[in-house]
Design a protein around this ligand. Structure first.
Ligand code: FMN
Length: 279
């Protein structure tokens, strides 16, 4: 049942899912699961996994529909920021060669400043590199304003990591309000907003803001996680919106599964069952 949320262990298995989703009119961003590496060799293995994946995407001619999401913590950020930058650069170059791009996932709040520094460096050579803003951070609106420029791809999500009240909003209501303020900045701006949420009200508001700002359907996109609200993904795509599915794969699904469980008890039941049954 983990396979409801994770697209297999290998790049080949992930590609099968990518083909199915893109064949159905969806876009994808593929994430190799793994985080918090403090070991340069493990970081190297993660880079090699991405290069292999991008090679498959390129060979399949899917670069226009499949991008990749990268966690800097998995390519050495906690060990050495310079190493993480060099590793991310290699992935960005391979993505470009495959006709696609990278989005840098945003992780724990203590890594945000470092991730934004690395993003700036990467964008000098690869301006298509996507950023992520977590609406739960009190700085989120300011980050959106800084990132809402021409050519800038910005994913807006609520934020999935525990964070203290001095840096993050903690109530659901405050987070939702911040999300809407961020949406307004991004939709009014010149960049390319990527609206990552399953929340029906926020999806509705994003659509209304896009209309208000005269945005063409291809000037922003919705993003949802693989296996979560798949009917809604198809509904939005059928209405002419761009919809991208975040597709994780790989052996290290534990941290990812834990965050999904924290969000929705229904996911917890599913994942626990699969762990117990080993399926
Ligand atoms: N949370 C993060 O903290 N960092 C991310 O980079 C991140 N990327 C996401 C990408 C997609 C496509 C989606 C749908 C969610 C992402 N999340 C990320 C998780 C969200 O912050 C949030 O925990 C999750 O979407 C549940 O909230 P919802 O009610 O908005 O769907």
């Amino acid at each position: 049942v983990v396979h409801r949320f994770v697209a297999g262990r290998t790049a080949e298995e992930a590609l099968t899912v990518v083909r199915r989703l893109t064949g159905g009119g969806l876009l994808v961003t593929v994430d190799h699961l793994g985080e918090d590496t403090t070991d340069a060799r493990r970081a190297e293995t993660v880079v090699e996994n991405y290069l292999e994946l991008l090679d498959l995407i390129s060979t399949a001619g899917l670069g226009a529909r499949a991008e990749v999401s990268v966690k800097l913590s998995a390519v050495g950020q906690a060990l050495d920021e310079e190493l993480a930058l060099e590793n991310a650069r290699r992935i960005c170059a391979a993505a470009k060669a495959a006709g696609t791009a990278v989005t840098l996932d945003m992780e724990d709040h203590t890594t945000v400043a470092s991730t934004l520094r690395i993003l700036r460096e990467l964008r000098e050579d690869h301006p298509e590199t996507g950023a992520v803003v977590q609406a739960y951070l009190r700085d989120a609106e300011r980050h959106c304003a800084e990132l809402a420029h021409e050519g800038s791809r910005v994913r807006l999500c609520k934020g999935a990591y525990a964070a203290p009240a001095d840096v993050a909003f903690t109530s659901r209501h405050e987070i939702d309000k911040s999300y809407v303020r961020c949406l307004k900045v991004l939709m009014a701006g010149r960049g390319y907003p990527m609206v990552a949420t399953h929340d029906p009200r926020l999806i509705e508001i994003a659509g209304a803001l896009a209309v208000f700002h005269d945005r063409a359907p291809d000037s922003f996109e919705y993003q949802m996680l693989y296996g979560i609200r798949p009917a809604e993904q198809r509904r939005l795509a059928a209405m002419g919106s761009r919809v991208r599915v975040y597709v994780p794969y790989g052996g290290e699904w534990y941290g990812y599964a834990m965050r999904r469980m924290a969000e929705r008890p229904a996911n917890l039941a599913l994942i626990l069952r699969s762990v117990v049954s080993g399926s």
